[in-house]
Structures are given as structure tokens and as C-alpha cells.
Ligand binder design. Structure first.
Ligand code: NHW
Ligand code: EN5
Length: 403
């Protein structure tokens, strides 16, 4: 059981954590190994330069054929080249944190792991961490203990830059999740979803009834709802950070550059919208989603499922009080506002040709998922911390959305 993870500074599965802090002390940076982690001799390390088209395409090809699938291997994530360039080059990205493994003889890229910096707050403590993502080993090289080598190498490269904590998410259950969030899905193109095997027609329903049920309005509902622009960045920085204070596990956007990168619309990758108050011209709300298609595996009719994923949002309604509650305890004003915002995001996503809007049961999504006709998926996402003890976080208190 966990031959690798047992050796790492992560909590055991049966541990109940009530305090917060590092599991092992930081190493003085001059004592961090300068040697590459040993690889089986048929392989060699490389760095991927996402500003070079050939590198970006090689990474795209590896992931498109070998990255995450659902439990029945019907769908596989198909992050676009532009998405990968965006995801891997945020403010303060580093080339030595985009780590590949090639076959020494023919230079074929067969494995990858990445790190980007993130300022993460857990409860009342904020720490500069690396965010680990896109760990992938080619299908033909699975179960050869290459993943632990990749993880050791990215850990060393994090240590070299003085970072001793990390955050990552996975569908896999490892020691030990800080939180677990269920996936939810909102059909926008029910016919195609059924044809792909992504969703089913409920018993005693017809396709026609299903299409009617999932229809979305042609127009958005909120006065002043418009695409976010460069000039909105400073206001959105304040708005989002305030909103994220509601959660116990959340990133902090530190500069305008962070918001410009992560939230401002990015062609074919992220879409974001703000509400500009028609009288005061102040930005009162923001909602965003990103595009992550999946390849439909072995389907004669459809090659790609176009999925949008609900990303960050925020509203200043929280400053007007969350005290007034419905019978079931949901705050009335907040719940009404978030339903309008996500409803309008669905209108935009439909207009942009997305087949489905996906989301997780985190942040305040619980206030909108039902009313906006999202249904529970069969997938779960576990949140992990490396070398950071932290009490369990309720899914509703998770404010970090990973790609
Ligand atoms: S989660 C998505 C991960 N990728 C995929 O699922 C793609 C398809 N699968 C694969 O490519 C998002 C392979 O199956 C992978 C494992 C590469 C997953 N995280 O090489 P072996 C992320 O990218 C453990 C962590 O033989 P393999 C987050 C497993 O429990 N560990 O397996 C990444 C076992 O250890 P154990 C995972 O199937 C976070 C060992 O790997 C894992 O050929 C990384 C087996 O290795 C996973 N998703 O390759 C951690 N899946 O102890 C970052 C399996 O149980 C930590 N394993 O024997 C922080 C580092 C930075 C610190 C900074 C201070
Ligand atoms: C870290 N950055 O399992 C990435 N997806 O529910 C790692 N299910 O799409 C992420 N199995 O339920 C890893 N349709 C975890 C995610 C791995 C991918 C995954 C799940 C999430 C998923 C779909 C398809 C299932 C196909 C068979 C699903 C039902 C949708 C239905 C729509 C209508 C209302 C009811 C639900």
C-alpha cells in the first residue's frame, strides 16, 4: 500500500488533523540537490518551452492521447494548444517547471509534469506554493514507477526556488484528501450528449421533452451584463479577492497581472463577464468559464464533446448581507444573484456552441446547481496538499478551481 506516498510528507489516510503547518521543515536552498533525479537509462529529462510551437504541439499530442479519462474510458480530456500555453505560463511561470521525459534514442516525449506558483490560503494562513498539474505518463509506460520519479523531480525543482508546499487535485484517491468535490453537469445540447453516451434519456422521457427541459433563454437577464474588458481588471481584482475570503481554501490574486491572466477573456480558452451597474458604472459581479473539450473515444458520429467549466465568479451582494435566509438556510440575496449570474453564463455558453457546462460542488455552487438544472456526474475531484497539515475542508468552503 502506497510504496511511494508512504515516503512523502503527506498525512496518512487515518490521520485526523486539527492543526496547520508544515509536515517537515524547509531545507536551506543551498542544500537542495542540484542533481537531476535518476531516470531509467533509456529516458532523459527535458524542459518544454510553450513559446515554441513544436514543444507546445508535442505536449498537446502526449496529453490528447494519454491524459485523464472517465472511469469507463468513454471520454479523454483534450486541452487545446492555446489552453496549455495559457495554463502553463501565468505570471512568474518558469521553464524549468515544465518538465518532460523523452526516450533517449528517438527523443519522443513520453511523460510530463508541471508546476506553477500559487498563493494559497488555508483558513487564516497564506503560503506561496506550487500548483502541480498535467502529470502524465504514456499509456505504454504505465505501472513502471515513473510517476514517483516525476513527482520527486518536480519537488526538487520547487525546493530549488524555495517553495516547500504544493497543492494538486486528482480523481485518484491518495493519502490524504483535504476535500472532495463532486462533478455536476448542465446539458446544453442534450441530443449530442445522448448520442455520445455522456447522458441518458430518463425513463419515460422522450428526447423532445429532454430538449425542451434543457432549453436556455436566447438573451441574458441581468442589466449591465457584458464581456469583461481590460479596464475592469483593478475592480475585478478587489471583487474576486473579497469573494474568495468566504472560503477556507482559496487562492489570492496578488496583482492586476494575475487577474489579467486568469480572468480576462482569452480567445478560445476563457470567457468572463461582468455586471456594470447602469447608474454607478461600478462592477458589481463577475462570472467566468473555460473551455476544455473531451475526445469522444470510439464514437462513429462524434469526435469531440465541447465542454465549458464554471470557473471563478464573485459578487458584491455579500456586502449587502447573507443573513436573510430561506427555510433551508440558503442566503436569499446571494442565492438569487448567483442564479442570475450562472443562468446568464449558461446563455453565453450555449450561444458559443458548448454542449455542456460542467462544475464542481464547491464555493457557492451548491446554491445554483439544482435550480440551473445541473445533474450529479459520476466523477469526484480530490484536493491535496503536499507538506502542509490542514484540517479537512468542507466542499462548500473550497475556493480554488484548478484546470
Ligand atoms: S491528476 C491527473 C493525473 N494524470 C492522469 O490521470 C493521466 C492518466 N494517467 C497517467 O498518466 C492532476 C498515469 O496513470 C499517472 C501515474 C502518471 C497518473 N497523483 O508510475 P506509476 C495532476 O496532474 C501514484 C499522484 O507506476 P502510473 C496532479 C500511485 O498512487 N500520485 O503509475 C498530479 C503510486 O504510488 P503509491 C499518483 O499509472 C499530482 C504511484 O503513483 C497519481 O504509470 C502529483 C504509481 O506510479 C496521481 N494522479 O502513473 C503529486 N496516480 O505510493 C504532486 C497514481 O500508491 C505532489 N499515483 O505506490 C507535490 C509535488 C511538488 C512538491 C513541492 C514542495
Ligand atoms: C485535475 N486538474 O470522471 C484533473 N468526469 O462527472 C483531474 N462524467 O464527465 C480530474 N463514465 O457523469 C480527474 N455524465 C477527475 C475527472 C475525470 C473525468 C470524469 C466525469 C465527471 C464525467 C459524465 C460522463 C460519464 C460517462 C461514463 C457523467 C452524466 C451527466 C448527466 C447530465 C444530465 C444530468 C445528470 C447527469
Amino acid at each position: 500500500e502506497h510504496r511511494f506516498w508512504n515516503t512523502q510528507p503527506v498525512p496518512k489516510h487515518d490521520e485526523n488533523i486539527t492543526d496547520m503547518g508544515p509536515i517537515e521543515p524547509s531545507i536551506p536552498v543551498d542544500q537542495v540537490s542540484k542533481e537531476l533525479t535518476a531516470l531509467p537509462k533509456e529516458f532523459e529529462w527535458c524542459e518544454l518551452d510553450m513559446t515554441i510551437e513544436k514543444d507546445a504541439k508535442e505536449l498537446y499530442d502526449l496529453l490528447t492521447l494519454n491524459y485523464v479519462e472517465d472511469d469507463e474510458a468513454q471520454f479523454r480530456f483534450d486541452y487545446s494548444v492555446n489552453f496549455l500555453k495559457w495554463a502553463l505560463q501565468p505570471p512568474n511561470w518558469r521553464k524549468d517547471w515544465l518538465v518532460g521525459v523523452r526516450v533517449a534514442s528517438n527523443k519522443k516525449l513520453v511523460a510530463f509534469i508541471s508546476a506553477i506558483p500559487v498563493q494559497l490560503r488555508t483558513f487564516d494562513k497564506s503560503t506561496l506554493m506550487t500548483e502541480i498539474n498535467f502529470l502524465n505518463v504514456h499509456k505504454k509506460l504505465r505501472s513502471k514507477r515513473l510517476a514517483p520519479v516525476m513527482i520527486r523531480e518536480i519537488t526538487r525543482r520547487s525546493h530549488i526556488h524555495g517553495i516547500f508546499q504544493a497543492v494538486y487535485t486528482a480523481g485518484a484517491v491518495l493519502p490524504k484528501p483535504v476535500s472532495t468535490c463532486q462533478y455536476f453537469h448542465r446539458s446544453l445540447n442534450p441530443k449530442k450528449l445522448v448520442e455520445c453516451g455522456f447522458s441518458r434519456i430518463p425513463q419515460s422521457w422522450t428526447l423532445a421533452r429532454m430538449i425542451k427541459h434543457f432549453k436556455v433563454p436566447e438573451k441574458t437577464s441581468i442589466p449591465g451584463f457584458r464581456e469583461m474588458q481590460q479596464k475592469d481588471v483593478p475592480e475585478v481584482l478587489v471583487l474576486v479577492n473579497k469573494y474568495l475570503e468566504r472560503f477556507d481554501f482559496a487562492p489570492q490574486f496578488e496583482t492586476n497581472a494575475d487577474v489579467e491572466h486568469w480572468i480576462l477573456p482569452h480567445k478560445d480558452v476563457v470567457w468572463s463577464y461582468v455586471v456594470e451597474d447602469p447608474t454607478t458604472k461600478k462592477i458589481t459581479d463577475m462570472v467566468s468559464f473555460y473551455s476544455l473539450p473531451s475526445s469522444v473515444i470510439g464514437n462513429p458520429k462524434h469526435k469531440t464533446l465541447n465542454a465549458a467549466y464554471l470557473f471563478y465568479y464573485g459578487t458584491d451582494i455579500i456586502s449587502k448581507g447573507t443573513e436573510d435566509k430561506h427555510e433551508d438556510g440558503t442566503p436569499k440575496l446571494l442565492s438569487k444573484r448567483l442564479n442570475e449570474l450562472v443562468g446568464d453564463a449558461l446563455v453565453m455558453a450555449k450561444r458559443l456552441g458548448f454542449d455542456v457546462m460542467n462544475g464542481l460542488q464547491l464555493m457557492d455552487n451548491g446554491l445554483v446547481l439544482q435550480q440551473q438544472k445541473f445533474g450529479a456526474g459520476d466523477g469526484h475531484l480530490n484536493y491535496y496538499l503536499y507538506n502542509w497539515r490542514c484540517p479537512d475542508v468542507d466542499d462548500k468552503k473550497v475556493g480554488l478551481v484548478m484546470l
